[in-house]
Write a protein that binds this ligand. Sequence first.
Ligand code: GLC
Length: 760
Amino acid sequence: MDLEILGKAESIKKTKHGLVIQTKEATARIWVYSNNIIRVNVSKAFNANDHSFAVIQQPAGDFEFSESNDEVTIITTGMRLGIAKNPLRFNFYTVNGHALSEDDERFGINWQGNRVINYRKLYPDEKFIGLGEKTGNLNKRGASFVNWNTDAAMHDTKTDPLYKTIPFFVGIHDRLTYGLFFDNTHKSYFDFGATTDDQMTWFGADGGDMNYYFFGTQGIAKIIEDYTWLTGRMEMPPLWSLGYQQCRWSYMNAKEVLKVAENFRKYNIPADVIYCDIDYMDGFKIFTWNSQTFPDPKALIDKLKEMNFRLITIVDPGIKIEKGYPQYDEGVKKGYFATYPNGENYTGEVWPGRCHFPDFFREDVREWWGKSFAALTQPGVEGFWNDMNEPAAWGQNIPWLVKFGEKFMPEVRNAYGMQMARATYDGVRKIMGNKRPFVLTRAAYAGTQRYSAVWTGDNSAFDEHMLMGQRMVSSLGICGMSFAGVDIGGFSYNPSPELIVRWNSLGVYTPMFRNHAQQGTIMREPWRWGKKNMAIIKKDIELRYRLLPYIYSAFYHSCLTGLPVSRALAIDYTNDKKVYDESYHNQFLFGDSILVAPVESTKLKAKVYLPKGAWYRFSTGEKFNGGKTITVDAPLTDLPVFIKAGAIIPMQNVVQSTNDKGDGILALHTWNGVEPSIFNYYEDDGTTYDYQNKVYYKRQIIFDPVRRSISFSDVEGSFTSRFSQVKLMLHGFSDSSKNGETERRQVLYKFGNAAFKLTF
Ligand code: GLC
């Protein structure tokens, strides 16, 4: 196999949105998408009709162009792209000329057969974060990865690849930041200086174009905002999906499902969701119910609703080969399945046995799939869990000649799960009208946040999986996938009581809070762990519900900006080396102001790094100065969680579900600080799309430490808050208090709609 390295520019043409440059080997096209985003596509066979699964924007940025003997330059108000002409190399700079990322001069972009690779310079202090769901450290420097969506059952803390492909990362060096999104669905590779003697970083794919988007803005939050402008953001999820979710493979019949729901209510443990895993179906046939074990799904769901529970059911892509099964008959008749090149339907084995696989890349197939959800929505299902969509087939290696439409499996495999989630989302959106559905997917490609929440697949009941899961959630958040979760308690193996307790306390601060376990493992519901442990679990779940006003506002902010709810500290403290340190890289901010330090269940003391500023321990009010490491107690009853000084955290009383309206009093917790702070409060009906027509309740709450005041802006939007009154909970204000104890103002103020100010 020859090596071809991109050579000399032979012609350069300016276009409306960028440039077209011809070399002997390939054509390079540059588009300016915005002042901070430039796309580079270097191709031997460019196909203008080849659309991106991820990108939802068109090039629209202004730029200036200049040319010298050696270089062509594209300048925007946000960045500069210097293109060396001979050989053709792409070098990105800030507007002030600081290098952000440069091609390796020797090798740049090149091909070995169809394989296309880009070698880029590696800077001495360069760190890399992102790439979504990957094992290993938060900082990916010195590691390499493959993207090839895989049913990674029983994975360990080193396994790669896993279920998702999100080829987006952020580079950090010399106090500068940049982002790079390699939009290519072939099997792809990233090497962050793992194998190159620290000379280069490289990425590439088995086929397709060298096709990347470069983000030149400064600041990781801004890069995430730009990346999610390009690839989309989530919509407001239904409020109930932010409550506690109880899952298992499987609750085997309707009675068992009801019993679980009843127990939550009996023990007064708040919860909103119960799942049906594969066993609710008849012979694992998608869109069916087992008539023996789930004889009357509507009656079951109605009863659940009376208890304020929602039901989520699983769907897998594999359609069982069985004459008389409508999905099979129709799929065969209409030619909806993936095929061999001779037109025969491809057959692989999954849970139902021999199956065909819908070609979700086709619009008519997606429509067909979407409509079938009536079998689930009619009895009242509101959440749809998409699994096995890498796609999984026993034996893993679906033959490379299997076709989805015109494309062979290797080219589009990594986007299959995303297209299934898209078909599911579009379908249930149509059926459910103004009601928000909840969609959850295991496999994903960049941009899947537009359709679905994600979870990290089959983890194990070990401490290191709990910690790794948190890093995955943080890394997914960097890549626009804000609504993410893990199987709390660990899917495989049996957790110790200590681990389930600890993991549940971390779940409070995980965007999706779902407990799930594999068939055959011990039961995992909160009451299975003895009275003492149940009490701790209950208290933590109650805390989640108390925090929902804060969490919901954080989700809204995430919908607007793409900034994750669960944030690696690197986003806010980018130039603080400690946040990349393996001792602290599991720590994260939950929303703007809550710092969480995950701790193994076997350790009752923890070393925590608090970044600059002052912090208060959530549970005790004890104040700490940041910029240093502290050692704190970490009993199973009290995960180390810290509140940023100056924070405003709206909380509510304990409710048993999100249907429960509570006592109507919003408790506004405020921790003393030296700088003013703002909380963007948000509320809506939690279940419909009316918020898109301004039926929401939005206001700014501003804390001014000098005037000792909290002011509330006028309310925007036409929704009436479910809180009629607000009370202040002040932490760290009383002069005699060193430890920031809580001072509660007994007075209740009207929350209302008009601006007002409270001084204290
Ligand atoms: C897969 C899923 C898991 C599910 C099981 C049975 O392993 O990852 O969550 O419980 O299939 O459907």
